[in-house]
Design a protein around this ligand. Structure first.
Ligand code: PMP
Length: 450
């Protein structure tokens, strides 16, 4: 269909997720993407972009993989869908549960499937409450998350999210969810003090679980200090609280390990996952639980587990997930993520030499960020009115790079999460374009800055 017509229909009929309706109505869609190949996306005007965010942190194996198309088609020809309720099962779902258990941290070996990250976190939170309830501790139902966390937009995951804008639409959705300070700018000691104080003021006997992303993504790629999660684990053990790691972004190789929490040498009780498990080729997510939790579920559950999505254990989604993990393994993409992450970080560090508004830069595997500040020595943030990060995103878009800014709490953070297949040359091109984009915005600010 013609571009003009598509734009008109988009404005008339399509309500976009996490978007400004005013902006859509004024300008139409930002771009209409028609094709993906490798790390590149092409729009209806034939502009080609580096997909520096793997779309939504999820297209880990890159775009246009025939193998995944074939895996879906083959499965759909045999059995596109059948339910796994009431203990019905199917082969791809069984094999994927086994495969995920084999790559998950030791001691986590049972999987509940969902269609995405929000459903996974709602499941993890409901399971945590259920786990205590069936052990005759129904009072253990409070959940603690972190400020700046993002866990999704379903009922429990909206509430667990620590970015208040996400509560603005319909309220906090679920009661008994609390937030502690994250380690960003606070360090481990203060962040742990904050968590301890929330646990103690609420009463540990009423707390079911603590939930956190190993690296906060939507919060701005905030990488906790090395010792943070060890302290979290100790605190959770001391108080008998389950630790849920939200690996929706950090799972499946993103950080140079299969799961992000492995960078911290601790084992959570529950892992929620989505995105990278299928590289976005099909909707898929789930939670992996520890043997301890699985044993309690097996021993103490009576009757039906009243939780399940129509698409839990979807055979086609599972077949794609299996093939996706096979690609990650065969092409050694977890290792590539680690190696290329170092190249990306080197590139970020070089920006600092030439550009006086580049503050902290960081990366862990192919998950990275560049912070822009008015004065790096003082870590002084720009005034919100200047819209520095959104301008850089726009300048990058003009140069053929799609990525994403986080401006929450007056930060100007440019996030990067390219496909794990990216090579050295492509990273260099990406960081050169970033250099030029920041420089252009910096020059535009000269009149404003002293
Ligand atoms: N958790 C994290 C850490 C996420 O980044 C996201 C999505 N960006 C979600 C949960 C929610 O996942 P979904 O959008 O698939 O529901």
């Amino acid at each position: 269909m013609e571009l003009e017509k598509l734009i008109e229909l988009d404005k008339k009929h399509f309500i976009h997720p996490t978007s400004s309706i005013q902006q859509q109505q004024a300008n139409g869609p930002k771009a209409i993407i028609k094709k993906g190949e490798g790390i590149y996306l092409t729009d209806k005007n034939d502009n080609v972009y580096i997909d520096a965010m793997s779309s939504l942190w999820n297209v880990n194996v890159g775009h246009g993989r025939e193998e995944l198309v074939e895996a879906a088609a083959e499965q759909m020809k045999k059995l596109a869908f059948s339910s796994t309720f009431s203990t019905f099962s199917n082969e791809p779902a069984i094999l994927l549960a086994e495969k995920i258990s084999s790559i998950a941290p030791k001691g986590l070996n049972a999987v509940f499937f969902t269609s995405g990250g929000s459903e996974s976190n709602d499941t993890a939170i409901k399971l945590a409450r259920h786990y205590w309830r069936i052990q005759d501790k129904p009072e253990k139902r409070k959940i603690i998350g972190l400020n700046r966390a993002y866990h999704g937009v379903a009922a429990a995951s909206t509430s667990a999210t620590g970015i208040p804008e996400f509560w603005s639409m319909a309220g906090k959705m679920m009661v008994d969810i609390y937030h502690a300070d994250n380690p960003y700018g606070n360090g481990t000691v203060k962040a742990i003090q904050s968590l301890r104080s929330v646990i103690e003021s609420e009463g540990p006997e009423t707390v079911a679980a603590f939930i956190a992303e190993p690296i906060q993504g939507a919060g701005g790629v905030l990488i906790p200090p090395k010792d943070y999660f060890q302290e979290v684990r100790n605190l959770c053990d001391d108080y008998g609280i389950l630790f849920i790691a939200d690996e929706v972004i950090t799972g499946f190789g993103r950080t140079g390990k299969w799961f992000g929490i492995e960078n911290y040498g601790v084992t959570p009780d529950v892992i929620s996952f989505a995105k990278g498990v299928s590289s976005g080729y099909i909707q898929l997510g789930g939670v992996i639980v520890s043997d301890q939790i699985h044993d309690v579920l097996k021993d103490k559950s009576s009757g039906t587990l009243f939780h399940g999505y129509t698409y839990s254990g979807h055979p086609t989604a599972a077949a794609v997930g299996l093939k996706n993990i096979e690609i990650l393994e065969e092409e050694e993409l977890v290792e590539n993520s680690r190696a290329m992450g170092e190249v990306m970080l080197e590139g970020f560090n070089k920006l600092k030499e030439d550009l006086d508004i580049v503050g902290d830069v960081r990366a862990i595997g192919l998950l990275g960020a560049v912070e822009l500040v008015e004065d790096p020595a003082l870590n002084k943030r720009f005034s919100r009115d200047l819209q520095v990060a959104p301008k850089v995103i726009e300048a990058l878009h003009q140069r053929g790079v799609i990525c994403r800014a986080v401006t929450y709490e007056d930060t100007d953070i440019i996030c990067f999460s390219p496909p794990l297949i990216i090579n050295k040359k492509q990273i260099e091109t990406m960081t050169e374009k970033l250099h030029d984009a920041i420089k252009e915005v910096r020059n535009g600010l000269s009149a404003t800055l002293k």
